[in-house]
Design a protein. Structure first.
Length: 279
């Protein structure tokens, strides 16, 4: 049976610390037909390098230190409790990428379908091992990584549990990623090498290349989403707006349905035509 494509709508921090915006993005993902929305969870005290914490930054909320800014856009337990309830009512799953062990422990208190390791943390072996220990599926993005680094990450998962459920996402971490650097054929390379589920996390402009990735074997699709690409934030520009998300999901579903199973047969709709035209 043909495998359905699992579509992740990456909200990340495109909510800008506003729960109303987060809920609107959840609504959009649900209407479009995505399977799950994903956020990012950080302990800014741990994640922000010491030399950057006191650097001043202009933001929509005024001038503030980089550390204060990171806290400004960070959701805590109250917000995630509300997100959890909201998603249950909307009948759509949610999860997050933990950027540190504190955030992983926080996330593990919720019934999320998987733990997502972002490309930036592919070499954080302790985080990968602890994520595997949760017993949840682990999905790893592989942007800006060598195949040897991916080997080490996969070995870390298998070292904890040889039967662990995991998947790998091919990715280019440039925002936006140039089309001539997407290297979509690497999807098959990853499938051949690791014998696991492989997907594609896209950061490029447009939808065509993301949709095309399923022809190369991607069974998981991830794209950042936004209400408006002109909104403030580093990820907004290469995110997909509401109408684009609807087109993306429809395109993925239609193409996946059209791929079939590769077995050459006379279809049911062809049979009467065959009877009429063949001698």
């Amino acid at each position: 049976m043909k495998k359905d494509i699992y579509i992740i709508a990456e909200i990340g921090i495109n909510h800008n610390g506003d729960l109303v915006i987060a809920k609107k993005l959840i609504d959009i993902a649900k209407v479009a037909g995505c399977d799950v929305v994903k956020f990012q969870k950080r302990n800014p005290d741990v994640c922000v390098p010491e030399h950057q914490k006191s650097v001043m930054r202009d933001t929509p909320w005024g001038k503030m230190t980089y550390l204060d800014y990171k806290y400004k856009v960070e959701f805590e337990k109250q917000e995630y409790d509300e997100i959890d309830t909201y998603c249950k009512n909307k009948q759509i799953d949610w999860t997050a990428s933990p950027w540190d062990l504190d955030s992983l422990n926080f996330l593990n208190k919720y019934d999320v379908p998987f733990i997502k390791i972002p490309s930036a943390l592919l070499t954080d072996i302790e985080l990968i091992k602890e994520s595997t220990k949760t017993g949840k599926k682990v999905i790893i993005s592989t942007g800006m990584s060598t195949i040897e680094e991916v080997d080490v990450a996969v070995d870390a998962i298998k070292g904890i549990n040889s039967n662990a459920s995991y998947a790998i996402l091919h990715c280019n971490s440039t925002y936006p990623a140039p089309n001539d650097e997407l290297n979509l054929k690497c999807i098959q390379t990853l499938k051949d090498r690791y014998k696991c589920e492989v997907g594609y996390s896209g950061h490029e402009f447009g939808l065509t290349t993301t949709i095309a990735s399923i022809c190369l074997g991607a069974t998981i699709i991830e794209r950042h989403i936004t209400l408006d690409r002109t909104m403030w934030g580093t990820d907004q520009m290469c995110s997909v707006e509401p109408q684009g998300l609807i087109k993306l999901v429809r395109g993925v579903r239609e193409l996946n349905n059209a791929l079939g199973d590769g077995v050459k047969v006379v279809t049911e709709t062809e049979k009467p035509i065959r009877d009429k035209l063949r001698k």
